[in-house]
Design a protein around this ligand. Structure first.
Ligand code: SF4
Length: 694
């Protein structure tokens, strides 16, 4: 915290929720914390969304976890002391490991954890537990974008330029992104641009668009191929850029040559003339950007879909130049840093590869362990959850910063897998739906009670600051991991509890890697420096804009990736005649564990709804306000009908933030992208029926 005017204590920090990481100033004491937006932070410039304005409520929720809970012989969770709870967890982990091997214990992390926590969690899994079985919920958010952009550009940073670069844009294509609901303060950076919005729904963002393209769910890959086809046939390709700065154009052209506009219209439902208008707008603009979000990414072909939009941007000569570019809009608060710091199944800190001997040796040296002993890559998030309690699968799981009962696909199945475990440990600050299933619940500090760093969607490293001390009985995640590591036989010094110390270690672990933080320090950040990674040395100014001179591949060139359209894993049929798709609403965040506890947000969005076109509702005998069942081969969601013409007649939409029978993920399935292992949240085949009388 800092003192201003010698009176009230104020702390400059950032919003607990999304990747825009709006800067806020907190004042007041526990029970009466007030928030206001920082006036001078360029990303939110005095703005916050409804979630940010009400974030202090989460500090005062009535059901805050204030003591460890242990499930007793009677099957109920009951308060326990910290030593009792930690001894129990460490003892059971040892037992399970001794009986079934190190990979029988697993770790599930979150994209909201600070860099320090994400780093420590990865190290805890691989060193203290010796398991390969760690992944995190970011696999459900950004993994397709990460896979596609790493392949194209040689590294993966959501926006390879500052958000403020968008201010002067002439045209921005938003593919599957709805910032008007998910991150409203971003809109002020889009004001100068004509927006081309690709989204099956007429979202609040689409309402502001100069052109809204509404493809059938799961066909945006065909749409992107059609746009590239038109860029070529309309003579809009930047030939010099393609020659000098890229490789692989010919193969990419071959992959889209047959996607002439009329064929794209047939597959997507988007009029060929609208496709022509879109590509002429983009190709004719002086400053144009292509941005993707979850709508393009959360498919069994998500990484190919993002790759197709990257190909389009490359053909138009946009990435790596000032006043143009390609980017992906990260979702979770630390979705960027969270995927760089080593809680991902296949990565070590700095986005180093678990399969690369030099990368393993570097990190092993920082950790003071033998590189031979580091486990290899493990299962991806859904595959990990799916394997729990089964033959050869993990028998114990520790969860930090995630609520997979609500957020994972095929939720009823995942819930059964969690129940099949010998040991489920959940660290959280509220009794989430996942904590309710746990054998041991560990109460941890939350955003305004802890120090650390997060990396925002533009790759800028930001300081989170403690305004309050955690309530008595509550520990930080770093303290919990330290205590467990020591009980598992690790030297106390190997798992520091002070965030600054962890950050200094993380700097060394990332030194020389793609996501190089080695020149960034708390001292520099606290002095007000705006530092974007890579920042490879003390005194280095950081890298707000990547790729201006060269891309991060050894030859300095970006790579086109040839991709082709394919259907979703399960398309509508006679039994399940509609597309079911999932997404977000303004007033809730992710699994809702935090925002469903904020009165204003509950009032704005109290429960799951199923958005249905009036014609479709009539066809299936449904009326506004009635409870409907949305069923797929995987399960059934119950939600209240909301009639709207914002969805296509062939599609229903359910936001995924809600618990119990209203979980949208009850109908989502287990199809995964072969490259990114992203589940197909955006397309299910469903039927809707009036809910049976209860
Ligand atoms: Fe918080 Fe995101 Fe809203 Fe900003 S846009 S206030 S970071 S939830």
């Amino acid at each position: 915290g800092e003192v201003r005017g010698g009176q009230e204590r104020e702390s400059t920090t950032h919003c607990p929720y999304c990747a825009l990481q709006c800067s806020t100033v907190l004042s007041g004491e526990r029970g009466g914390v007030a928030v206001r937006p920082s006036a001078d932070f360029p990303v939110n410039r005095g703005g916050l969304c409804q979630k940010g304005w009400t974030a202090p409520s989460v500090l005062a929720v009535p059901d805050r976890l204030l003591t460890p809970l242990v499930r007793g012989a009677d099957g109920e969770l009951a308060p326990a002391g910290w030593d009792e709870a930690l001894d129990l967890v460490a003892g059971r982990l040892r037992e399970i490991r001794a009986r079934h091997g190190a990979d029988a214990v697993a770790v599930f992390g979150g994209g909201g954890l600070t860099n320090e926590k994400a780093y420590t969690l990865g190290k805890f899994a691989r060193v203290a537990l010796g398991t390969s079985q760690i992944d995190y919920n970011g696999r459900f958010c950004m993994s397709s974008a990460a896979a596609a952009t790493a392949a194209a550009f040689g590294l993966d940073r959501g926006l390879p330029f500052p958000v403020t670069d968008l201010d002067g844009a002439d045209v921005i294509l938003l593919a599957g992104a709805n910032p008007a609901e998910t991150m409203p303060p971003l809109l002020r950076h889009l004001e100068s641009a004509d927006l081309v919005v690709v989204d099956p729904r007429r979202t609040r963002t689409a309402e502001r668009a100069a052109l809204h393209l509404s493809p059938a769910p799961g066909t945006d890959l065909a749409l992107a191929l059609g746009l590239l086809h038109l860029a070529v046939t309309e003579g809009l390709v930047d030939k010099e850029y393609v020659d000098v700065r890229t490789t692989g154009f010919d193969a990419a052209w071959e992959s889209c040559a047959a996607w002439w506009p009329e064929r794209v219209e047939e597959v997507t439902g988007v009029p060929a003339d609208d496709l022509r208008t879109a590509v002429r707008m983009l190709g004719g603009a002086r400053r144009a950007y292509v941005l993707t979000g979850r709508g393009a990414e959360q498919h069994s072909k998500g990484s190919d879909t993002v790759a197709a939009f990257v190909n389009l941007a490359l053909a138009l000569g946009l990435p790596g130049r000032e006043g143009g570019g390609f980017g992906t809009l990260t979702g979770q608060g630390n979705g960027q840093g969270g995927r760089e710091m080593g809680q991902k199944a296949d990565q070590l800190p700095g986005c180093r590869s678990l399969a690369d001997p030099a990368d393993r040796a570097h990190v092993a040296a920082v950790w003071g362990v033998d590189a031979q002993e580091l486990p290899g890559p493990g299962r991806s998030a859904y595959e990990l959850l799916d394997a729990l309690g089964g033959d050869g699968g993990p028998r114990a799981l520790t969860v930090f910063g995630a609520n997979p009962v609500v957020s994972a696909p095929r939720a009823a199945h995942v819930t059964e897998r969690l129940k099949a475990l010998d040991l489920l440990v959940v660290a959280d600050f509220v009794p989430s739906e996942t904590a309710a299933l746990a054998d041991v619940v560990l109460p941890v500090a939350q955003w305004a009670e802890e120090e650390g760093t997060l990396t925002s969607l533009e790759g800028r490293v930001l300081r989170r600051r403690a305004h309050l001390t955690p309530p008595p009985g509550v520990r930080t995640d770093l303290e919990v991991l330290h205590a467990l590591a020591v009980r598992l036989g690790q030297d106390a010094g190997r798992f520091p509890v002070r965030p600054r110390e962890v950050f200094d270690e993380l700097r060394r672990a990332s030194a020389g890697a793609r996501a190089d933080y080695s020149g960034i320090s708390y001292a520099r950040l606290d002095a007000g420096e705006a530092l974007y990674w890579p920042c490879p040395a003390d005194g280095h100014p950081g890298t707000p804009r990547l790729f201006l001179d060269r891309f991060a591949h050894p030859d300095g060139r970006a790579r086109f990736t040839p991709v082709d359209h394919r259907p979703s894993a399960r398309e509508p049929d006679e039994t399940f005649p509609l597309y079911g798709t999932t997404g977000r609403v303004l007033a809730q965040y992710q699994s809702g564990a935090q925002t469903r506890r904020v009165p204003e947000l509950v009032e704005a969005a109290p429960e799951a709804v199923v958005e249905i076109h009036p014609d479709t509702a009539r066809r299936f005998g449904l009326a506004d306000g009635q409870t409907a069942e949305v069923g797929s081969v995987h399960g059934t969601t119950r939600a209240r009908v909301r009639l709207t013409r914002a969805v296509r007649p062939d599609t229903v939409f359910v936001p995924f933030h809600f618990p119990g029978a209203g979980r949208a993920n009850l109908f989502t399935g287990d199809a995964l992208d072969p490259r990114s292992r992203m589940p197909e949240f955006k397309v299910s085949a469903v039927r809707v029926t009036p809910a049976g009388e209860r």
